[in-house]
Design a binder for this molecule. Structure first.
Ligand code: MIG
Length: 634
């Protein structure tokens, strides 16, 4: 059962697919106050309670013992001290003494103090007074999640080929670089379906343009890659370059489609193209307009995109830089003391994604000027809806690959997400694992992290172990940042190990696709914390390094360097399967704690006793997979 409580006059977020009857906040079952323009409520947590959720966020599967903030943030250092990442997924499930789900439909900042200030108390602060809160009241967490998911509608369905292995890098600067990647994979016999085009494919970083020097005859080139079975996936950024004569800018300008400042002029900030204007994605007319822009690339044969920088990320504003320079100038000739020095340093360090810049943006919502801070978390979601709804209308569902960096619940109907700029750190394998069930709870089924890690230099063993988790994530993409060590699989020694791991993915695609479609249709999870399936098993309840997958499997990736295996807990009897290329070894193991050895070219998988899963033969492209000729293991 889903109950809604309403206060004030909330901004329409479209998170729910249909209106749920709401009661006044006076009926809200938790203690609350209204203070300083905020709504704050709290409840006790019993020692055994687990708090799941918050989608794409830092830290554990159990969110207890930290403070989180719903505020879409471009931050490439996903350390455990952070409170926010790129998304705002305001859904939690409390499970234990009593169980319930809670969704706060509110697009500005929310603070989730989940046993941080006081160990056994959750205190949630909504930074505004216009909001709706929904409570889901069921016995089992999985039922709570189903009830919630039914209310927010079916998740985005990607094309089947989007389950293939994908290679990205910032950047493959030209057609030759892309061709080298495809050749590298083909020669090593490693399957591949997609190659990504990061910002450098564009002309001067202008959305919906192509640099003709780097990619001459782009449409023919795209066709040629398609003939090879390769999909090229260009990036689209939120900011539109301010340049007279650039049609996207001119049109947006003429029609008043960009975000404004208080004085009615366009809000501008610097991002990759230099000074940019920002489409007002809160406005449905702007969404329709921006969605149609993707057609230019669709016409060239493109059938997948990733939306970036849509928190929105802002490198600087002219005002911010001017203030910093003024401050520096005022200090010239002065004897700097420590306080002044750090203040000056912080002023410059704080130029990007500055709260003062966000606060100076205005949107038009139903004809009314609304400050950005009231709707911040809807911006990237709006951009992604713009694209997703256009694709749905023109191409139909399951045709165009689309995923986004920033998101809010509701955007899960239009697209998937990737987890942004992680690092080539061993700890980020587990961070990736922990985000998966939470993202699923928020409706995001098509998701994954940058395998091998985005920032920093990857090692061969890290990439292999990361991939062995990525084998199971719907989005299986290796991506890395400018200036980092090359991490395409064929760049490393003994490429046959990479082939062994990625072939396993291709063998599993019929199964993984089936699990995906079922989760989508049944408003269910692909990945579940063990505690959802074994609520009475104390070890399973606390497990943060393994996940249930579908009805049949459990996954437990190796996540440390220089180890030849890991400890794994089996909550029931299972078959331990090692998959490597076309090789499969199976070993029945009893419920309990085990140490399993896993070589770098192996993918460990645990199949429940009495269950079986299908495997197909590997192929170099998803289009060449034979979904009918299956063998069963388990
Ligand atoms: O400021 O387009 O998360 O995947 O490679 C960095 C360049 C901008 C951030 C994305 C990343 C992408 C990068 N972008």
């Amino acid at each position: 059962m889903l109950k809604g409580f309403l206060h004030g006059n909330p901004i329409q977020t479209d998170a729910l697919i249909s209106a749920v009857p709401t009661q006044s906040i006076e009926e809200f079952p938790f203690a609350y106050t209204f203070e300083n323009g905020c709504f704050r409520f709290w409840f006790e947590l019993a020692p055994e309670d687990i708090v799941y959720g918050l989608g794409e966020s830092p830290r554990g599967i159990n969110k207890r013992g930290w403070i989180y903030e719903s505020y879409c943030t471009d931050d490439p250092f996903h350390t455990e001290t952070k409170r926010s990442l790129y998304a705002a997924h305001n859904f939690i499930v409390v499970s234990g003494k009593k169980s319930f789900g809670l969704f706060i439909d509110f697009p500005a900042r929310i603070r989730w103090d989940l046993g941080y200030t006081s160990e056994n108390r959750a205190e949630i602060t909504v930074e505004g007074e216009d909001f709706a809160v929904y409570l889901m009241d069921e016995e089992q967490p999985r039922e709570i999640i189903r009830t919630f998911r039914a209310a927010i509608g079916k998740s985005y369905l990607p094309p089947k080929w989007a389950f293939g292995y994908q290679q990205s890098r910032w950047s493959y600067h030209n057609a030759e670089a892309v061709d080298n990647v495809i050749r590298g994979y083909d020669e090593a016999g490693i399957p591949l379906d997609c190659v990504y085009l990061d910002i450098d494919y564009m002309d001067a970083y202008k959305d919906f343009t192509v640099n003709e020097n780097a990619f001459p005859h782009f449409a023919a080139y795209v066709q040629d890659k398609r003939a090879q079975g390769i999909h090229l996936i260009p990036i689209i950024d939120a900011g539109v370059k301010k340049e007279t004569g650039y049609s996207v800018y001119d049109e947006g300008e003429e029609k008043g489609y960009f975000c404004k400042k208080a004085d009615g002029s366009d809000f501008e900030a610097g991002v990759w193209p230099g000074m940019c204007a920002f489409p007002d994605f809160l406005n449905p007319e702007v969404r329709r307009w921006f969605g149609e822009k993707y057609q230019v690339l669709l016409d060239m044969g493109i059938d997948g995109f990733w939306n970036d920088m849509n928190e929105p990320a802002l490198f600087y504003s002219a005002e911010g830089v001017q203030n910093a320079l003024d401050k520096a100038a005022s200090l010239r000739g002065e004897n700097l003391d420590l306080g002044k020095f750090f203040n000056l340093k912080d002023t410059f360090m704080g130029l990007s994604n500055a709260q003062s810049d966000y606060a100076s943006i205005y949107h038009t919502v139903d004809g009314e000027q609304v400050n950005h801070q009231r709707v911040h978390n809807l911006y990237g979601a709006g951009m992604t809806r713009a694209a997703g709804e256009y694709f749905e209308k023109t191409a139909g569902s399951g045709k165009i690959l689309m995923f986004s960096r920033a998101s809010y619940i509701g955007a899960h109907r239009s697209a998937g997400i990737w987890f942004g700029d992680n690092q080539s750190w061993w700890s980020h394998i587990l961070l990736n694992l922990k985000m998966l069930p939470a993202a699923n709870m928020a409706g995001f089924l098509y998701c994954g992290a940058d395998l091998g890690g985005f920032g920093d230099n990857a090692t061969r063993d890290l990439v292999l172990r990361f991939l062995a988790l990525g084998v199971f994530t719907p989005l299986m993409r290796n991506h890395s940042a400018l200036g980092t060590r090359d991490q395409e699989c064929y760049r490393f020694e003994r490429t046959e190990d990479f082939r062994d791991v990625i072939q396993v993915r291709y063998r599993l695609i019929p199964y993984l696709y089936d699990v995906f479609v079922k989760a989508r249709e049944q408003d269910d999870l692909i990945f579940r914390p063990l505690s959802l399936d074994y609520p009475d098993d104390p070890i399973a309840r606390e497990c943060e390094t393994q996940l249930m997958l579908g009805e049949e499997c459990m996954i437990a990736p190796v996540y440390e360097q220089n180890v030849s295996g890991r400890a794994v807990y089996l909550p029931e009897d299972m078959t331990f399967v090692r998959l490597s290329g076309e090789r499969v070894t199976a070993e029945p193991l009893q419920k309990g704690l085990h140490y399993v050895s896993v070589a770098l070219n192996e993918v460990p998988l645990f199949i429940k006793k009495g269950k079986q899963i299908p495997l197909c033969r590997p192929a170099m492209r998803t289009r060449d997979l034979n979904w009918k000729e299956l063998t069963y293991i388990g």
